[in-house]
Design a binder for this molecule. Structure first.
Ligand code: P6P
Length: 337
C-alpha cells in the first residue's frame, strides 16, 4: 500500500472537516521543529550538547543544554507562521508572545520541549510533548490565564519520541495515530492509524523507590500487583520504569500497560510530579483517543480546571480496566464510593 505522509494525512483531516488549515500548518511546523530536535539529540557527545546548561527553569530544575536548545527550536519555528497567538513551555515562566511584525493566529501551543532530559547524558530515549488550545476570541496578547483551559478543550495533542526510530504520535480527537520518520527522505510516514490500547494489562510502570511515601490506597494496590498470581489479582505482573514519560507512554500506546506517578509525601505539597498543561493533559488526550483512561487517581485528568500554567498533578494512565482498578482503590479509601 502507498505510504501516507504526515502532510497527506493532514490534508485528509482537513477534507474530513476535523481540522482547519491553520491547525494543519501548526502541526506541520511542530513536526518539522521536532525533526531538528531529533538531529540535535542524535549528535550526543559529538554535538557539544550534553550536560548542564548552567541555568535553571521555572520548576527550579537545572536545565540541560538540550532543554534550552529544544525550547529555542520550537519557539523559532513557530514565530513567523501566523498560526499562533502565543506559546507556553515547561522551560519558561510566562507565555511567549509572537514577536512584533509577525502575524498572529488563533491557536495556543504548549510544550515540554525535551521531556526526560535527565536521560540525555545516558543515551536513553527522550521526547517532546505538545498540546494545542484555541486562543479565546478577542485576546491578542494571551496571558497565562488564557491558557488555563481544561484538557477536554484541546484541539490537538502529540508527542515525538527520539528513540531507535523517531516517532510522532498525534490526535485531533478523531483517533490516535503514529508516524515514523523516514530519515532518508525526512518525512513522517503513517505507521499506525487508529491505535487501540488493550483494555487489560499485566505490565505497570512506576518509580518503586517512592513506595514508602505513597498514600495507603497506592501501597495496597501496588502490593497486590507485586503479590502476583498467589495474591488477590490472581496473575503475575511485569514492571517497567524508563523515567522518561514519553518512552513509558509510547510503550503503553504500543502494547498496553499502565503508567503511574501518584502523590507521595515528598511531592504532596506541590500536587504531584508531572505537569498538567503540557504533560498530563496531552498524554491523557492521546491515551483516551486510543481507548485508554487517564485519571489523577481520583478524577479524569482532562476535566480538571487548571489553576496555574505549571500546575502539577498525579497521573494514572493507560489500559482502561487497570486504571479503573487503581482509581477505584483511591475513591474507596476516600469514602467517595
Ligand atoms: P522520577 C522526567 O523528569 C519526568 O518529568 C518524566 O518524564 C518521568 O516520567 C518522571 O519525571 C520520572 O520521575 O522521579 O522517576 O525521576
Amino acid at each position: 500500500m502507498k505510504p501516507v505522509s504526515l502532510i497527506q494525512f493532514l490534508i485528509e483531516e482537513r477534507r474530513a472537516g476535523n481540522i482547519n488549515a491553520e491547525l494543519s500548518l501548526l502541526i506541520e511546523v511542530v513536526a518539522r521543529a521536532c525533526k531538528r530536535i531529533g538531529v540535535a539529540t542524535g549528535k550526543g557527545a559529538l554535538g557539544g550538547v550534553l550536560g548542564e546548561a548552567g541555568t535553571g527553569n521555572i520548576q527550579g530544575e537545572a536545565q540541560k543544554k538540550l532543554d534550552v536548545i529544544s525550547n529555542e527550536i520550537l519557539l523559532e519555528a513557530n514565530a513567523w507562521g501566523g498560526h499562533l497567538a502565543a506559546c507556553a513551555s515547561e522551560e519558561m515562566e510566562d507565555p511567549q508572545q509572537i514577536p512584533d511584525g509577525y502575524p498572529k493566529g488563533q491557536h495556543l501551543l504548549l510544550f515540554d520541549p525535551l521531556d526526560g532530559s535527565s536521560n540525555i547524558d545516558v543515551n536513553i530515549s527522550v521526547g517532546t510533548i505538545f498540546s494545542v488550545l484555541r486562543c479565546p476570541d478577542g485576546v491578542t496578547e494571551p496571558k497565562a490565564e488564557h491558557f488555563l483551559q481544561p484538557g477536554t478543550t484541546q484541539l490537538a495533542a502529540g508527542y515525538v519520541v527520539y528513540g531507535p526510530s523517531t516517532v510522532l504520535v498525534l490526535t485531533f480527537g478523531y483517533g490516535t495515530h503514529e508516524f515514523t520518520l523516514d530519515r532518508e527522505v525526512g518525512s513522517f510516514i503513517l505507521s499506525r492509524r487508529g491505535i487501540r490500547i488493550p483494555e487489560a494489562t499485566a505490565e505497570f510502570a512506576i518509580n518503586m523507590s517512592n513506595q514508602r511515601h505513597w498514600q495507603a490506597p497506592m501501597q495496597r494496590y501496588v502490593g497486590e500487583l507485586l503479590a502476583g498470581k498467589e495474591g488477590p489479582r490472581g496473575k503475575d505482573f511485569n514492571m517497567r520504569w524508563v523515567a522518561s514519560m514519553v518512552a513509558d507512554v509510547h510503550r503503553i500506546v504500543t502494547r498496553g500497560g499502565v503508567f503511574y506517578y501518584p502523590l507521595d509525601a515528598k511531592i504532596e505539597k506541590q500536587g504531584g510530579k508531572l505537569r498538567l498543561m503540557y504533560e498530563a493533559n496531552p498524554m491523557a488526550f492521546i491515551v483516551e483517543q486510543a481507548g485508554g483512561a487517564a485519571t489523577t487517581g481520583r478524577q479524569r485528568i482532562m476535566e480538571l480546571q487548571p489553576g496555574g500554567l505549571h500546575q502539577r498533578v498525579p497521573v494514572f494512565l493507560g489500559s482502561k480496566a487497570e486504571v479503573e482498578v487503581a482509581t477505584h482503590y483511591h475513591l474507596e479509601a476516600d469514602g467517595a464510593l
